[in-house]
Design a protein around this ligand. Structure first.
Ligand code: PHE
Length: 332
C-alpha cells in the first residue's frame, strides 16, 4: 500500500508540474484530495488494518499529503506570478506614443511666452536665474531700497505669509528679489534674466491677476550707462517682436532704480504698448548687496508676461489666461 501511496505522489507531482493555469491546478487539487480520490480511498480502508500497519500507512499518507500540498502551493505561486506579469504586459500603455489623430498636450500659453522670451535673451548673451516665490522682507523690499514704512511699498499690495516674524515673509510681489539674490551670490559682471511667478493682493479683473508672471533683466558691470539700458531694450524689442517694432522710455519712479523710466513698445501701426519699468540700479541697492557703486554700475528692467501674451494672441480678458477651460487652453 505504501507503494500505491508513492505512485500517487509521483503521479500527482507530475500533474501539478504540467498544469498551465490556476483552474487546471484547482482541478488537480480536487482529484488528489477530494472524497473520491485515491488517497481518500486508502484512508477509508485504514480501519480494516492491523494497528502497526495502520500506523505506517497513516504516516505515509501524512507525508504524501504534505508533499502534494507543498507542490500545489508552489505551483499556485508561480502561476499567479505569471498571470500578474501577463496582465501588466497586456495593460501596458506607452505614454510616449503620440497618435496624430489625437491631440497631444502642449505647453500653456504663458509657459510658451516665457520660453520664447528666455530664448531671445539667451540669444543676446544673458543667463537665466531663478529664485523662491516665498520671499523675506529683505529680498523683496528692504534690500531694494524699500525700507519699512516706505510709502512706495503701497505700490505693490502684498500677500503676507504667516511664518517667522510678523510681516517678514511674503509672496514675492515682483521678480526683483532675484536681482538681490544674484548680486549677493555672484560678483559682477552680471548679465542675467529672471523669469517667474509673482503675487499681488488684487481682485482679478480683465487687466489684473493676483498671480501673474514677470521677467526681469539685470546687468551689472564696469561703465554701464543709461544708453546701454535704452539700446538693450530696443535690441530686445526688435528681436522679440520684430524689426518693425521700436521702444521708448518715459520718466518714472522706482525706489530700486535711479533714474527710473517706463518703457513702451511702438507697433508697426504706430500704436503704443506700455510694457514695463526700468532704470539704473540705485547705488543704495548695490551697497546693500556689497557691490561698490564707485566701481560698478548697472541697469534693470522688468515687465509682466501675461499681459504681453494676452495682447499678442488677442485675449480680451486676463482672467482667461488663468482659466483651466480646455477649450481656451487648446487654442494656443
Ligand atoms: N519690479 C518692478 C515692478 O514689478 C519692475 C521693475 C523692474 C522696475 C526692474 C525697474 C527695474 O513693478
Amino acid at each position: 500500500m505504501t507503494d500505491d501511496i508513492a505512485r500517487i505522489v509521483d503521479d500527482g507531482i507530475g500533474r501539478i508540474a504540467r498544469v498551465g493555469d490556476l483552474d487546471s491546478l484547482a482541478e488537480v487539487d480536487r482529484d488528489l484530495f477530494g472524497k473520491q480520490s485515491a488517497l481518500a480511498t486508502i484512508k477509508a480502508g485504514m480501519r480494516d488494518l492491523e494497528p502497526a500497519e495502520r500506523k505506517a500507512i497513516g504516516q505515509a499518507l501524512n507525508e504524501a499529503q504534505t508533499r502534494l500540498r507543498a507542490a500545489i502551493a508552489e505551483r499556485r505561486e508561480s502561476l499567479s506570478a505569471d498571470l500578474r506579469r501577463q496582465r501588466l504586459d497586456d495593460e501596458r500603455i506607452d505614454l510616449t506614443e503620440l497618435r496624430p489623430a489625437q491631440r497631444p498636450g502642449h505647453l500653456h500659453l504663458v509657459t510658451q511666452t516665457m520660453e520664447r522670451l528666455e530664448d531671445v535673451f539667451v540669444g543676446m548673451g544673458f543667463t537665466v536665474a531663478e529664485g523662491p516665490e516665498v520671499e523675506d522682507d529683505w529680498h523683496n523690499f528692504t534690500a531694494l531700497n524699500l525700507p519699512a514704512h516706505h510709502p512706495a511699498r503701497d505700490m505693490q499690495d502684498t500677500f503676507f505669509v504667516d511664518l517667522g516674524e510678523p510681516g517678514d515673509v511674503v509672496m514675492r510681489t515682483h521678480t526683483s528679489p532675484v536681482q538681490i539674490r544674484l548680486m549677493e551670490s555672484t560678483t559682477p559682471p552680471i548679465y542675467s534674466v529672471m523669469p517667474g511667478r509673482v503675487y499681488r493682493q488684487e481682485t482679478a479683473d480683465a487687466t489684473h491677476l493676483a498671480v501673474f508672471h514677470q521677467i526681469e533683466c539685470l546687468v551689472v558691470d564696469e561703465g554701464i550707462s543709461f544708453a546701454n539700458l535704452a539700446s538693450t531694450i530696443d535690441t530686445f524689442t526688435k528681436a522679440y517682436f520684430g524689426d518693425g517694432f521700436s521702444s521708448r522710455l518715459r520718466p518714472s519712479y522706482f525706489p530700486f532704480t535711479e533714474p527710473s523710466a517706463e518703457f513702451d513698445i511702438r507697433r508697426p501701426d504706430g500704436s503704443w504698448l506700455e510694457l514695463g519699468g526700468c532704470g539704473m540700479v540705485n547705488p543704495n541697492v548695490l551697497r546693500n548687496v556689497g557691490i561698490d557703486p564707485e566701481e560698478y554700475s548697472g541697469f534693470a528692467f522688468g515687465f509682466g508676461l501675461d499681459r504681453l501674451a494676452a495682447m499678442r494672441h488677442g485675449v480680451p480678458d486676463l482672467r482667461q489666461i488663468a482659466s483651466v477651460d480646455i477649450r481656451f487652453v487648446r487654442q494656443f
